[in-house]
Design a protein around this ligand. Structure first.
Ligand code: NAP
Length: 643
């Protein structure tokens, strides 16, 4: 395995014993246990006794006694001192066959066989574990004649570029924005922040990226994407400020004609294959409210935050209270003169202590100086979304409750209500902020218990309005309660056109069939989340039914492994086109629909944007990460037509 390993660690060489001891004093003890075992094979680490503990909303384990804690710390300090004293040079991570056991020591139980391969990848000791190798040497002429166009330079598109570049396949990237980053280039509203740990919000090759927060804000996320583009020297391959408007398949030439609109007007490019990395929460959903155009002040969607906005002294109306509204309102409440929040539907809240906090600097020191610390921390974070996580989305058909869908779902609801009650004393306000839909049937909002939306709505300068909006007029918003709420600024936190996949591109496949025609009956579908019959050599990253089951970077990486294996087959076999059969597409989708029907988001009480107008979800992935990994890492070529 080719690890990403520092050549030498001058910071450690210069570190005093006290610095080492201080850093180790802040370390995650379970991570130390597994990591040191991996590096040394010391059997005493295995013998450390454990006890069950609850951290935030997670049941986990920790060393049982003070003596166990002291032993782990002493061994880590001794290791670091000895490593420092021998020059802190490059160091291997120990026997690969030990990795599963070391991972088990981190989480305190064996990793189930079904998930082992996935987590051996996730620990990123091999940063190229999701980069397919050529099964044979390609003919240079075939290679030279094949080009791929990638649409978008966000999480998926940047990875696609890195992987194609590594494989020596020619590609170009078309990006509508002025920079890389996709979602994070666009979502710059105050408070924008990931709700999964940043350690797993990187590609495998990004494991070393120093995120200063446990949950990075939009500024740090943007830095990550800039870092990727820089580290892999991608900028020269990206055409910015240029939008793909149309894709038209030319069957005779076996090429996609790609209509783009850029600073120089309209152009048509041609490529053998297209990888769409446009994301799924990409196109703002602007509401249709009477009188919106009458408003005299500025207004914008949260994903179109204007540069240089100063809300000091302003009266702001915020329409929409999804994750975005709930993240943004507490931040702008600290700045604006007054905020009126228009809430149609409250959201469930998941309090995570330290959600807004920086990581301790000692942890970042360990990332730089304790070999493979970042890898084991990444594994620890991603295992939290491991084997048991998917179960919380299952409906238990035998569980009868007016508000919940399973025992675990009810327990999660009770915890969230306890949090509401800990923050709010007014029973009426508690009722207002308690959603009717089962928890987890829509994306809940991760919040910092120290300061969040529940604090914001109790501030003197915030008014929560749960009556509807009648119209917007020149000076503000008129409620259905007859009250006029004057505002200087209106901010639409009204979400995205999540069910309009690949929108607004006009995509025309083989025989002139459009993607809209393919999806007309009941919304967007794909074969294994990324391919459509009649649309050869086209792969969608974050395509239909790929939300959930795997974290975003992993899904993009695995889908790219799938696409690369198809592309390599075309190049090696001198073929021109590959697409799924109609039969395979429908067979796969029947399973998707059947499995989705058993999920929380399909419960009749659910209220979410995951279910589209057709009554089924085109967004959600009902498979576990392991199942999806099998689909994507091992293409079933019998389902594909190659010509
Ligand atoms: P959203 O969840 O779709 O919420 C949109 C909000 O706008 C809802 O409150 C909706 O009310 C309201 N709304 C829509 N049309 C309206 C209208 N015509 N009049 C009044 N209200 C209207 O969108 P989002 O908050 O931007 O979040 C979308 C997704 O982005 C999240 O689910 C998540 O996946 C991602 N995200 C993640 C984070 C994070 O924590 N990392 C932060 C932000 C976003 P109804 O519910 O009543 O329709």
């Amino acid at each position: 395995m080719a690890t990403i390993e520092a050549s030498v660690r001058p910071e450690l060489c210069a570190a005093s014993d006290a610095v080492i001891e201080d850093a180790v004093g802040h370390a995650d003890l379970m991570v130390l246990r597994g990591l040191l075992y991996q590096l040394t094979g010391d059997p005493e680490l295995k013998a450390v006794a454990l006890k069950s503990v609850r951290v935030g909303r997670v049941d986990t384990v920790a060393p049982a006694t003070d003596a166990d804690i002291a032993l782990l710390r002493r061994k880590a300090v001794d290791f670091l001192k000895a490593y420092r004293d021998t020059g802190a040079g490059p160091i291997g991570y120990g026997p690969p066959e030990r990795v599963p056991e070391s991972m088990a020591l981190v989480v305190g139980s064996d990793i189930p066989d079904v998930g082992l391969d996935l987590f051996v990848e996730e620990i990123a000791l091999d940063p190229w574990a999701r980069s397919p190798q050529w099964p044979a040497t390609p003919d240079p002429k075939q290679l030279e004649n094949f080009t791929v166009t990638i649409i978008g330079a966000g999480m998926g598109g940047l990875n696609a570029a890195v992987q194609l570049k590594r494989a020596g396949i020619r590609y170009n990237v078309i990006e509508k924005n002025a920079g890389v980053g996709g979602t994070w280039h666009e979502n710059r509203y105050p408070g924008a922040r990931v709700d999964t740990p940043s350690r797993m919000y990187t590609h495998l090759f990004g494991v070393e990226f120093p995120y200063p927060y446990v949950y990075g804000d939009h500024i740090e996320n943007q830095k990550y994407f800039d870092w990727v583009a820089d580290k892999f020297d991608l900028l020269g391959d990206i055409t910015f400020k240029t939008e793909v408007r149309s894709l038209t398949w030319d069957e005779k030439a076996a090429l996609w004609e790609i209509g783009v609109e850029g600073p120089d007007g309209h152009k048509t490019l041609r490529s053998n294959a297209v990888i769409s990395g446009v994301g799924f929460l990409n196109r703002p959903n602007m509401p249709q409210i009477e009188g919106m155009d009458q408003f005299k002040g500025p207004s914008w969607h949260t994903a179109r935050w204007p540069d240089g906005v100063d809300l000091r002294g302003k009266r702001v109306a915020v329409i929409g209270t999804g994750c975005t509204g709930y993240q943004m309102v507490p931040e702008i409440a600290l700045i604006a003169d007054h905020i009126t929040v228009f809430q149609r539907t409250p959201q469930w809240l998941l309090p995570v202590p330290g959600y807004l906090s920086l990581s301790a600097p000692q942890i970042l020191w360990l990332d730089r100086n304790l070999p493979y610390h970042a890898n084991f921390m990444r594994f620890r974070a991603s295992y939290g979304y491991g084997p048991d996580f998917a179960k919380i989305f299952n409906v238990d058909p035998d569980f009868d409750d007016p508000h919940a869908c399973s025992e675990a779902n009810k327990a999660a609801r009770d915890r969230s209500i306890a949090f509401l009650e800990s923050k709010l004393s007014d029973p009426e306000l508690i009722a207002t902020m308690t959603p009717n839909h089962p928890i987890m049937s829509a994306r809940p909002v991760v919040v910092d218990p120290e300061y969040c939306i529940l604090d914001a709505i109790q501030r003197d300068n915030v008014t929560l309005v749960t009556d509807g909006i009648k119209r917007i007029n020149a000076t503000g918003v008129e409620g259905t309660n007859g009250v006029q709420y004057d505002a200087d600024v209106i901010i639409y936190a009204t979400g995205f056109r999540a069910n309009d996949f690949l929108f607004p591109m006009k995509i025309t496949g083989r025989d002139g069939k459009t993607i809209d025609e393919l999806w007309a009956a009941d919304g967007a579908r794909a074969y294994v989340g990324c391919m459509m019959p009649g649309f050869p050599n086209l792969w969608a990253l974050y395509g239909p039914n790929t939300n959930g089951g795997l974290h975003v970077a992993a899904f993009a990486e695995m889908t790219m492994v799938y696409a690369m294996q198809c592309i390599e087959t075309l190049i090696l076999d001198g073929k021109k086109a590959i697409e799924p059969t109609e039969d395979a597409y429908w067979r796969y989708n029947r399973v998707v629909d059947a499995r989705n029907a058993q999920k929380l988001w399909s419960d009749p009480r659910a209220h979410n944007y995951w279910r589209g107008e057709h009554g089924r979800s085109a967004a959600m992935n009902p498979f576990t990460g392991y199942e999806m990994r099998n689909y994507l890492l091992h293409p079933d070529f019998a389902d594909l037509e190659i010509r």
